[in-house]
Design a protein around this ligand. Structure first.
Ligand SMILES: Cc1ncc(COP(=O)(O)O)c(C=O)c1O
Length: 385
């Protein structure tokens, strides 16, 4: 019985050719034509003029906060139901996360809770917005498009505008998703992507910051390359970072970008198969797709009602594991994370429910229909008869 992974690299095109080209020409490090080409590819994908490649998505987020003018002691609103990286990156900027619940329908940042926080718990003074309880300035909002499904940006952007807040989209899981025709990651003031091994495309490891703001892109490029003010004399006016992607990784990424449309289609058709064969199963509710959204369905995920389904998400995970199938629960919400107990925590009952009851199931773009039907059959067998 072969192993069916949750989400693994899919290498099917020009990866060998482009990486070999780097080796043949000696352009292997952080300068080279593939870095520029990969940046152009991502700028095009986000429908924005500027893209800056980074060593990983977390680095892109860190730099985005610095570029956005997030200062030490500022507060930054972020989804609690997320992989921990954006919350950590807020800490790298010495800012304080304000952890926001998920909405129950599509499991994304609860924009109404953001609205209530800004209107009721904050005040405007000195040209900024301040948390009345902590006295700290609120500087930015990070909607995390979890599992590939965009946050309700039509509600979020006007709210951010009203309060003068910068929106940095964590689109690391949502490359290729669209929201009312706009690419996820290209809707806020800045967007960040990740190309780690489990994402829809990979460069082994890598990230990208995209923006329409030329000055921000320039600043991001400066900060990600050690803030060189005079590269000949090694003069630096600011603390910079070694966050630049290598040409080899970018070459890998260029090949992956050629395949991206097909990968999105395949993840969507896998999701459709699950919907077709599991949609009627009591207590097994697949994540939906909101109006105007075209998700990349990076990870097909279901909420499992233990009573109706007959076992809970973790027991089902074990059942799948016994059948050589990888599945995993959602992330521990950041407000429960021992690492982030000093964050500002808004009430997050939905995030807690999702953590308790959700399971992501195999979604690799290289998985065959046969693989997916095997997953489906194990899930159907596990369900209450
Ligand atoms: C929501 C989210 N944000 C940020 C990241 C960080 O990306 P990276 O691993 O490239 O640093 C990831 C993935 O790892 C992620 O899932």
């Amino acid at each position: 019985m072969s192993f069916i992974p949750l989400s693994a690299p899919h290498l099917s095109g020009n990866e060998w050719t482009y990486i070999k080209d780097c080796l043949d020409t000696g352009w292997v490090s952080s300068v080279g034509a593939y870095v520029t080409r990969f940046e152009n590819d991502l700028a095009r994908a986000a429908a924005l003029p500027h893209a800056v490649a980074t060593t990983c998505g977390t680095a892109a987020l860190h730099v985005a906060f610095l570029v956005a003018g997030v200062r030490p002691g500022d507060e930054v609103l972020v989804s609690s139901m997320t992989f921990i990286a954006p919350v950590n990156a807020i800490r790298y900027a010495n800012a304080v996360p304000v952890l926001v619940d998920a909405e129950p329908r599509y499991w994304q940042m609860d924009v109404e809770q953001v609205r209530a926080f800004l209107h009721r718990q904050c005040e405007r003074r000195e040209g900024g917005v301040y948390n009345k309880q902590t006295g700290r300035r609120v500087a930015a909002i990070v909607p995390v498009h979890i599992l590939g499904h965009p946050v309700d940006m039509r509600a979020l952007m006007p709210l951010a505008e009203e309060f003068g807040l910068t929106v940095i989209e964590d689109a690391t899981e949502a490359l290729g998703s669209t929201y009312f025709g706009k690419p996820a990651g290209g809707i806020g003031h800045m967007g960040c992507y990740s190309f780690n091994g489990n994402k829809i495309i990979t460069t082994g490891g890598g990230g990208m910051l995209v923006t329409a703001n030329e000055a921000w892109a320039k600043k991001a490029r400066y900060l990600t390359t050690q803030a060189k003010d005079d590269p000949q004399e090694y003069i630096h006016h600011e603390i910079g970072y070694n966050y630049r992607l290598t040409n080899i990784q970018a070459a890998f990424g260029c090949a992956q970008m050629e395949a991206l449309p097909g990968y999105v289609e395949r993840r969507r058709s896998i999701n459709a198969l699950y919907r077709q064969h599991l949609g009627d199963l009591p207590g097994f509710s697949l994540q939906g797709e909101a109006e105007g959204v075209r998700s990349n369905f990076w990870l097909s995920t279901a909420r499992i009602d233990p009573v109706l389904f007959g076992m809970d998400a973790r027991a089902l995970r074990q059942r799948l594991k016994d059948a050589q199938i990888e599945a995993r629960p959602l992330w521990q919400p950041a407000h429960l994370s021992p690492a982030h107990q000093d964050a500002v925590k808004l009430p997050c009952p939905v995030a807690e429910d999702l953590f308790a009851h959700c399971l992501s199931i195999p979604s690799c773009s290289f998985s065959t229909d046969e693989d997916i039907l095997r997953v489906i059959s194990v899930i159907r067998d596990a369900a209450r008869p």
